[in-house]
Ligand binder design. Structure first.
Ligand code: NDP
Ligand code: 8X3
Length: 250
């Protein structure tokens, strides 16, 4: 099986690539940092193809896909994982550039990859697209503004894809993780402030990128007649935020 993973150079994408190669699958590992991908290729060997791709540069994607070597050119599974959160400030204090980068990566990049691979999957009547959403796409929280909105798009786009794919064997899942430590996610979100990033995970047992890699592998290996529409996962220590009220005397 050929699996194309966006955001393969770190976190969930890297964990999944390692698992897939261990199972004998071929992985097209896409990200912006070639040095990270090349390090992985040294360990994973020729089943792992490093591909430089900036998903937010949507116009470049058809050319990148057209340049894949023949043995990697059929995409059986697309894992739209590349994504990021930038900032935890309330909307009125957020940077517009951060908002735009999240939209360009989490929404436009995911759309462009999906658009590039879907026709061939439908043609073969076989294929699987896994989108990495987030609990932030369903549960609003302070500072989640555009990040959560991009993941809400990913959720509804995933569900609408399945609606369009009726009568085909092409599967679509939106995986919606909650708090996960051990990836670069919070370092990116806090613009490299490692102390703030570390505090997100202090004082409780959370999930890891390895846990998410296991879940993604489980989805990919699930029977072809089952479609997991949405899969929301949280550490047991995490639960829904209640509605909040600002009281006059507090
Ligand atoms: P990481 O920051 O560890 O990894 C993100 C990956 O995305 C990196 O490989 C990065 O590679 C790649 N990436 C970022 N921007 C681009 C781009 N423009 N083009 C191509 N690749 C890009 O994050 P996680 O592994 O934690 O997160 C992966 C996904 O899971 C994201 O979509 C995130 O929103 C989501 N998620 C994360 C959660 C968490 O708590 N960690 C929880 C729920 C969802 P490079 O910099 O080399 O391009
Ligand atoms: C990442 C999970 O809770 O930081 O998508 O939004 S959360």
């Amino acid at each position: 099986m050929n699996v194309l993973i966006t955001g393969a150079s770190a976190g969930f994408g890297k964990a999944l690539a390692e698992r897939l190669v261990a199972q004998g699958h071929q992985v097209i590992g896409c990200a912006r940092r070639l040095d990270k991908l090349n390090e992985m290729a040294e360990t994973l060997g020729e089943l792992f193809l490093p591909v430089v791709m900036d998903v937010s540069d949507t116009e470049s994607i058809p050319q990148v896909m057209a340049n894949l070597p023949k043995s990697f050119s059929q995409i059986d599974v697309l894992v739209n994982n590349a994504g990021l959160a930038l900032g935890t400030e309330p909307a009125q204090k957020s940077e517009l550039d951060d908002w735009m980068q999240m939209v360009n990566t989490n929404i436009k990049g995911l759309m462009a990859l999906t658009h590039a691979v879907l026709p061939a999957m439908v043609e073969r009547d076989k294929g699987y697209i896994i989108n990495v959403g987030s609990i932030a796409g369903s549960w609003p929280y302070y500072g989640g503004n555009v990040y959560g909105a991009t993941k809400a798009f990913v959720k509804q786009f995933s569900l609408n894809l399945r609606a369009d794919l009726i009568g085909t064997q092409v599967r679509v899942t939106n995986l919606e993780p909650g708090n996960v430590a051990g990836t670069e996610f919070s370092n990116v979100r806090y613009h490299g402030d490692e102390n703030k990033a570390a505090q997100v995970y202090e004082g409780f047992k959370t999930m890891t990128g390895e846990d998410i890699g296991d879940i993604l592998l489980w989805l990919i290996e699930s029977p072809a007649h089952i479609n997991v529409n949405r899969l929301e996962v949280m550490p047991v220590a995490q639960t829904y935020n209640g509605l909040t009220i600002a009281k006059q005397n507090s």
